[in-house]
Design a protein around this ligand. Sequence first.
Ligand SMILES: Nc1ncnc2c1ncn2[C@@H]1O[C@H](COP(=O)(O)OP(=O)(O)OP(=O)(O)O)[C@@H](O)[C@H]1O
Length: 337
Amino acid sequence: MGGKTEASNRHPRGEPVSHGRSETVVSVDGLTKSYGTGSDTVTAVDQLSFEIEAGTVVGLLGPNGAGKTTTIKMLLGLIQPSDGVARLCGTDVEKSSEMVYRSVAAMLEGARNIYWRLTVRENVRFFARLGDEPADPNRVGRIISQVGLESKADTPVNELSRGMKQKASLACTLVRETPVVFLDEPTLGLDVESSLELRRELRQLVTRDGRTVLLSSHDMQVIEAVCDRVIILNDGEILANDTVENLLDVFHTQTFRITVRGRLSPDVRTELTERFGATRWAEHGDQHRFETTSVRGNEFYALMDVLRESSTTFVSVDTVEPDLEDIFLRIIDDGEV
Ligand SMILES: Nc1ncnc2c1ncn2[C@@H]1O[C@H](COP(=O)(O)OP(=O)(O)OP(=O)(O)O)[C@@H](O)[C@H]1O
């Protein structure tokens, strides 16, 4: 693949973007953070530059240690950059903690942002009061039911399951009605139904309320379902910054999944791997399955000839559409888009 892809204005969900004029709410320029000194220096974030427009959901992705949390903490003004600048709504976060506080609500991993001795309702009410307006009891109740915690509203947080704590933390984040919301692993520990509900709620935050969401998650299904754009980090650098739709287009390759039955000798397997890039091998009983993306035109017939000459019986060939998870792994493996 040649060159890094550019962010586009297309909306992957096919919905009109709710805001008229695009306004940059998060902007990061040359942001760098190094920990330690001398030979022990770790550059967690290295010269990051990106922008996030109002009314979008952006996914911050990367393997463990990629620099996601460090980036979010710098955006929140919780740690000082070694170099570069992070701006929220046009203001350097280091210059105004009050502006950061008014602009962003953040849900950090493990529900660490809420008070575990207070009940869910007490927590949500407390966070609602942190805004300029007095807490509207209807809004408090509505948010609690939106996250599915009505029956636990008067239970102390420390008596809730991990998934429920996560939901309580989310309710406290959403109730503040800030223009920007940062969510770190919001679906961790949620059951399937709650995760689906949360995806709907996140899309509504943007389409209904015009809020801007920066979301860090390892759950590619959630990212693919809710994000307009993704920023993929590895070793503190940006490998891709593009719409989910464009990444799916760029990586749209013809992948064949081939299934054969019978004994597949190590020699044939090696030939399939070396000549035709066979990968993702799987065995089910006497069936062998592999995928290949590198065969073109006549090569496909050559591959079929190899199978015919082996002592296997051809079962099926299917074409496979890559999903965001496949694309993420390819970007991380190849080092760039
Ligand atoms: N306080 C610290 N002191 C020293 N090194 C740190 C510190 N915090 C983070 N790092 C290092 O910086 C790098 C990036 O860490 P960071 O927590 O930002 O990654 P991450 O993408 O959020 O990872 P994860 O998905 O595991 O949460 C890692 O190599 C980590 O070990």
